[in-house]
Design a protein around this ligand. Structure first.
Ligand code: ADP
Ligand code: MG
Length: 751
């Protein structure tokens, strides 16, 4: 447990200090009010962790108040520093500073990057965002179009502002430029008090993620694997001043109400937190956006420091006193700070790494594998959302149950009150009937006794007459100067007095207003209506969140079904391809059989032709034998290729090449045999009939017809040869196709 660090800073006086009036005196870590004669005013002296006087620089404030928080943030602890105080007391000066004396934000940004530079064993990812809360609307200062953003809560991210732009940054200058851009979007207005008074709360946020650098020796996933995520909030609150003092009206009045309201709720939260753990009860974080966003920083897991700025002038004495009272209450808050290490997917660093891994897998894996993985991921997501939905449903049920219990409790109380009233009425009537004394009119008597009995029910068990009646007390309560007001009243009337009251440090004595011990956290200003309203709002919120989650789940379901149908379509296509492939695989078998038949026929034809030729040394016999040789060789090659295709092997390009070579060779051989034969026949004919030149043309014709007749079988083999070539090329095509379909089948079956 760690206490919030609280400091007070007095800004230099705007005008010459009057020697006669009241003035604030700073002594070491104490600030006290002194009268005109220099004597301290009793009860107006406060001590804090630090009190900075008018001479103090931003550098010193940063050094003493925020440096530790910044260092811890780099190491993985949440941190928050915020400036609180009336307008023109120096909040913005402290946070933003001037050119000569940069403020906390500037120094923090520089320091963070310097520290990161020095931390060589970790890698960092830094995101920054800058938002303002203006009239209870959250606006993005990095993106003017992002207005009226909503606060959401999730298991992974906790409370977050949806749609807020987060810039990933890698240098201090980059951040400072972004802040400058954001500053231009801030809402400024004029009031009598401060010409450029800020009318909105601004939250500058840095999310620091870090991870130990990869250690090759350490392959196991240990805590080195954990990612540290810390959030640093630097908050410049809007000032609040009394309406009459600022002369505000119209828009300014509305702004003032919102500012006052959210600061008052901040005050309430601080009040509650400053109470001891046991009496603490419900903390109204949800009553304003500021407290909701700062929830982890207030009474949660964050190192927090508050700098309360005050103005020294006599005219601001009341505001200064209020600020100091606020600061003393804040001093009592303790936070429980933990190192934020996560092993989940929440961290962006981790998510990015996973995405890269996933993309790599997608690149490496086959299409079907990727689909399977995506389906698996969708299933996991669905499961996660299902769990989340169940959790919300359980919370909703719990909320409803407590609601019912509260109602029951109210009814019981009402009954008790009624019973007591009856009892007192009876006892009074008994007394009045048994005692002699001045008689009251029946009407007056009944009213009085009833009212008194109600009063007694809340004061003492012995039914003594009380000076005030309960109902009267309550209405009177709201007119008391020292009472804390209801938040809702800010909507209806000027908040000047309320602010005053709050600043005077009224802390509602909640325990005295308890209805029953079971309802400890209830106070009269926040009646059942109020708490029930909050509960029903919470229930409504839960309903909305549940609806969103259900929609999201439906969307995932739809996507999942789409994926499933796509997958089954793919499976159908794959099985079709498999059937086709089986058919294609059967083709070589058929071809092989056909080729074997052809070969047989070819052999028969060849042997018949050889029988016709009587002279085995004649030219015809030579051509025939060459042709038989060529044909047989082609048929064998064709057969061997087909059997290879049947076995599922794809013939190599080398084989294709050698087949073509063989074909060319055989073709050349055949051509040369034929041409040598034709030449020898022609020359024989020319020698025999050289003299008969008159008939030379006839002789040529006769010679050619002789050749044609005698070489008829050769022509026949030419055609067979051509068929052989065709087969061969056809086979090459088929075997190529089969090779492809084999690949397809392998991919489809995921081999
Ligand atoms: P706030 O943000 O609280 O409304 P500002 O920071 O704008 O107030 O301060 C009001 C004026 O006072 C500014 O002109 C600012 O420069 C000046 N000021 C505030 N604090 C100091 C300081 N410590 N030293 C010098 N000038 C200061
Ligand atoms: Mg300011």
């Amino acid at each position: 447990m760690e206490k919030i660090c609280v400091a007070v800073r007095v800004r230099p006086s705007a005008n010459e200090e009057s020697v006669n009036g009241f003035r604030w005196k700073v002594e070491s870590n104490r600030i006290s009010l002194h009268g005109s004669d220099g004597t301290p005013i009793s009860g107006v002296s406060f001590a804090f962790d630090h009190v900075f006087d008018q001479e103090c620089s931003n550098a010193r404030v940063y050094e003493l108040l925020t440096k530790d928080i910044i260092n811890a943030a780099v190491e993985g602890f949440n941190g928050t520093a915020f400036a609180y105080g009336q307008t023109s007391s120096g909040k913005t000066f402290t946070m933003n500073g001037s050119d000569n004396d940069p403020g906390i934000i500037h120094r923090a940004v520089k320091d963070i990057f310097a520290k990161i530079q020095k931390t060589s064993d970790r890698e960092f990812l830094i995101r920054v965002s800058y938002m303002e809360i203006y009239n209870e609307d959250i606006n993005d200062l990095f993106a003017v179009e992002n207005q009226k953003l909503q606060i959401h809560e999730s298991l992974e991210r906790g409370v977050f502002v949806a749609g807020l732009r987060e810039e990933i940054v890698n240098s201090a200058d980059q951040v400072l430029n972004l802040i400058q851009l954001g500053e231009a979007n801030r809402h400024f207005g004029d009031t009598n008090m401060n010409a450029r008074s800020s009318r909105s709360h601004t939250i500058f946020r840095m999310v620091i993620e870090s991870k130990g650098k990869d250690n090759k020796c350490n392959t196991s996933s240990t805590s080195d694997d954990a990612i540290r995520v810390s959030v640093l909030n630097l908050v410049d609150l809007a000032g609040s001043e009394r309406v009459a003092k600022t002369g505000a009206g119209g828009v300014r009045l509305k702004e003032g109400k919102h500012i006052n309201k959210s600061l008052m709720i901040l005050g309430n939260v601080i009040n509650k937190l400053s109470e001891g753990g046991k009496q603490r009860g419900h903390i109204p974080y949800r009553d304003s956006k500021l407290t909701r966003i700062l929830q982890p920083a207030l009474g949660g897991n964050a190192k927090t420091s508050i700098i309360c700025t005050v103005a020294p002038e006599e005219i601001h004495i009341e505001e200064t006193r209020g600020t100091l009272q606020f600061a003393s209450r804040a001093k009592r808050i303790t936070n429980c700070v933990q190192l934020n290490e996560i092993l989940t997917d929440g961290a962006l660093l981790k998510r990015q790494k996973q995405e890269i891994e996933e993309l790599r897998r997608k690149l490496q894996g086959s299409h079907a594998e990727v689909l399977e993985q995506e389906i698996l991921k969708l299933r996991n997501d669905m499961l996660k959302y299902e769990l989340e939905r169940e959790k919300l449903a359980a919370e909703l049920e719990e909320e409803r149950r407590s609601h019912r219990e509260r109602d029951q409790c109210i009814r019981e109380q009402q009954m008790k009150i009624d019973n007591l009233s009856n009892l007192v009425t009876l006892s009074d009537s008994d007394r009045s009937s048994s005692h002699d004394g001045p008689k009251e009119s029946p009407q007056d008597g009944s009213t009085n006794s009833h009212s008194m009995s109600q009063e007694d029910a809340f004061s003492t068990p012995c039914f003594k007459a009380a000076p005030n009646m309960f109902v009267a007390k309550r209405s009177h309560y709201s007119t008391l100067q020292e009472c804390s007001p209801l938040p809702d009243t800010f909507e209806d009337f000027a908040d000047e007095d309320t602010w005053m009251r709050m600043n005077k440090g009224y802390i509602p004595d909640l325990d005295s207003l308890h209805m029953t011990p079971a309802r400890k956290v209830q106070s009269f200003p926040f009646t059942e209506d109020c708490s029930m309203e909050t509960s029903s709002q919470e229930i409504e919120n839960l309903h909305r969140q549940l609806k969103l989650i259900i929609e999201e789940r439906d969307e995932y379901k739809r996507k999942y079904e789409e994926q499933m149908s796509f997958n089954s379509q793919l499976t159908r296509e794959i099985s079709q391809l498999q059937e086709e492939m089986l058919l294609i695989q059967g083709i070589p078998q058929n071809l092989h059989e056909t080729v074997t038949n052809c070969k047989e026929i070819y052999k028969d034809v060849c042997s018949i032709l050889q029988n016709f030729i009587a002279d085995e040394r004649s030219a015809t016999a030579q051509i025939l034998s060459t042709t038989i040789e060529v044909g047989t060789s082609l048929f064998s090659t064709l057969e061997s290729h087909l059997s290879m295709a049947m076995d599922g092997n794809r013939p190599s390009h080398m084989n294709d090449y050698s087949v073509r070579e063989q074909c060319n060779m055989l073709h050349q051989k055949l051509s040369s045999t034929i041409s040598s034969l034709v030449l020898s026949d022609a020359s024989t004919l020319q020698d025999e009939r050289s003299e008969e030149s008159v008939y030379s043309s006839k002789i040529k014709v006769a010679a050619w017809s002789h050749i044609s007749r005698s070489h008829m079988p050769i022509l026949l083999f030419f055609s067979i040869l051509t068929i052989g070539f065709c087969f061969s090329y056809f086979k090459l095509m088929i075997s190529g196709h089969i090779g492809k379909s084999n690949c397809l089948l392998e991919a489809g079956t995921g081999k």
